[in-house]
Design a protein around this ligand. Structure first.
Ligand code: PNW
Length: 445
């Protein structure tokens, strides 16, 4: 069989700090905005939080061993900001630094490369008190944080990611309030989106100044939006969601400008972000790669809903969906990657792709055929992209482990490894065994 995957293609798995680490208040870590958000238990489906999660902080060696068994070539993780900088002092928390050093050493010994995200939603409460990303100052504080991490971990990291999914932070964190910090304010959402992009650009600038050999990029979540019907109002609704979730970020990063808006749109609502002279050049600074998180396509319909631009998501009857209610559409991965590649012209990594299903652990195994099928079909879409001359250089499954799925708590399982949240016990699911065999048959290094 032909193997289209190039040499050095990264086959990976992904996680994030708050979703797996636990040890929330141990070894000097202070609270982050997710710890604070979860204190109101009504916000999380099962009233849970990430205080223990997968206890990865204590079990990371076992988790690296799992990755070694899988034969992955790369691991995408994120740093916990409140673990590394529990207060606004520039001195890092030594115990936090030690944890990531030990993790990177273990990965290095296993021959696994590291993709490290600086910000995967774990904002310290001390910084949230100063306004978090709704405040412009946070972009500067983030740049200083990034600079310290570049000097602490330098080339232990192969790929740096500045920000994970600015569009999801802006929408779920600041429009719907489903995620921390739980705001419902369009003006704040637009400000946060701008400050997240600015933070990204400033960090890239600092990275170039540091002169590291590793690479840097950003991770975007792209959704393939389709209109619920060919009616003009549904097509306009689709256009609006696509504008704010996808095009806004692509245009800023690729062209150094926000897309033109339909007349009077945000300005009428006084929501357009306050863009200072020079901001857009900082934002559009060249990156080394772009990470694409892709899960689903979504149908959009016009409806009376002023807080959400009069757009709502419609059901996708008859189409298969995961337990998140997300429609399975592997072709959507092709569409969004082609679009990102066309606008940004940078090597792509699929930095997250995966599915939540209600798995059952029986007799020491999890027969998760649906997840295997999801992964197989999306990896086939990646092969198609290579045939379309799109420069895709890696694919990371979300996630290595079942973990704390934000507002859904532990009720949604994305892992290819089952986690028993009472005992912490890990069991590779059938999908993990399938992925292991697939990598064995396709890696070429
Ligand atoms: C991504 N949505 O988040 C995150 O990067 C992960 O931390 C998360 O676990 C994963 O996807 C699965 O949800 C998203 O509602 C969260 O559209 C929500 C949405 C999209 C992405």
């Amino acid at each position: 069989m032909t193997n289209l995957f190039p040499k050095n293609f990264e086959w990976g798995v992904a996680t994030s700090s708050y979703q797996i680490e636990g040890a929330a208040l141990e070894d000097g870590r202070t609270a982050g905005i997710w710890d604070a958000f979860c204190e109101d238990h009504s916000r999380i489906a099962d009233g849970s939080d990430g205080a223990v999660a997968c206890d990865h902080y204590h079990r990371f060696r076992e988790d690296v061993a799992l990755m070694r068994e899988l034969g992955v070539t790369s691991y995408r993780m994120s740093f916990s900001w409140p673990r590394l900088f529990p207060t606004d002092s520039p001195e890092p928390n030594e115990q936090g630094v030690r944890f990531y050093r030990e993790l990177f050493a273990a990965l290095h010994d296993a021959g696994i490369s590291v993709m490290a995200t600086l910000y995967h939603w774990d904002l310290p409460v001390w910084l949230a008190r100063r306004g978090g990303f709704a405040s412009r100052e946070t972009a500067q504080v983030f740049a200083d944080f990034a600079t310290r991490l570049f000097s602490l971990f330098g080339d232990d990291v192969d790929y740096w990611v500045t920000i994970n999914e600015p569009s999801v932070i802006a929408s779920l964190g600041y429009i719907t309030g489903e995620h921390a910090p739980g705001e419902r304010d369009m003006a704040k959402a637009m400000a946060a989106a701008h400050h997240l992009l600015l933070a990204h650009g400033l960090a890239v600038q600092r990275f170039r100044e540091a002169g590291l050999r590793s690479k840097i990029g950003i991770v975007l979540n792209l959704v393939k939006y389709v209109p619920d019907s060919p009616r003009p109002r549904d097509r306009f609704a689709r256009f609006k969601l696509d504008l704010f979730y996808n095009e806004w970020f692509l245009s800023a990063l690729g062209e150094g400008r926000y897309p033109p808006l339909p007349a009077g749109f945000l300005r009428r609502a006084k929501c357009h972000p306050d863009v200072h002279h020079g901001d857009m050049e900082i934002i559009a600074q060249p990156v080394d790669f772009v990470g694409v998180n892709y899960y689903t396509r979504a149908r959009v319909r016009a409806a009376h809903c002023p807080s959400q631009m009069n757009c709502v998501l419609a059901d996708d009857p008859g189409d298969e969906a995961t337990d998140m209610g997300w429609t399975i559409d592997p072709d959507g991965l092709r569409d969004v990657c082609k679009r990102v590649y066309r606008t940004l012209r940078k090597p792509l990594y699929i930095t997250e792709n995966g599915a939540a299903f209600d798995d059952e652990l029986t007799g020491g195994a999890v027969h998760d055929e649906k997840r295997t099928d999801y992964l197989r079909r999306h990896i086939e879409a990646v092969e198609q992209l290579l045939l379309d001359w799109v420069d895709v250089r890696g694919y990371y499954v979300w996630s290595l482990l079942d973990n704390f799925e934000w507002a859904h708590g532990y009720t949604r399982r994305f892992g290819i490894t089952h986690v028993n949240f009472d005992t912490g016990e890990r069991t590779p699911k059938d999908s993990a065994l399938w992925y292991r065999d697939f990598i064995r048959d396709h890696r070429r290094s």
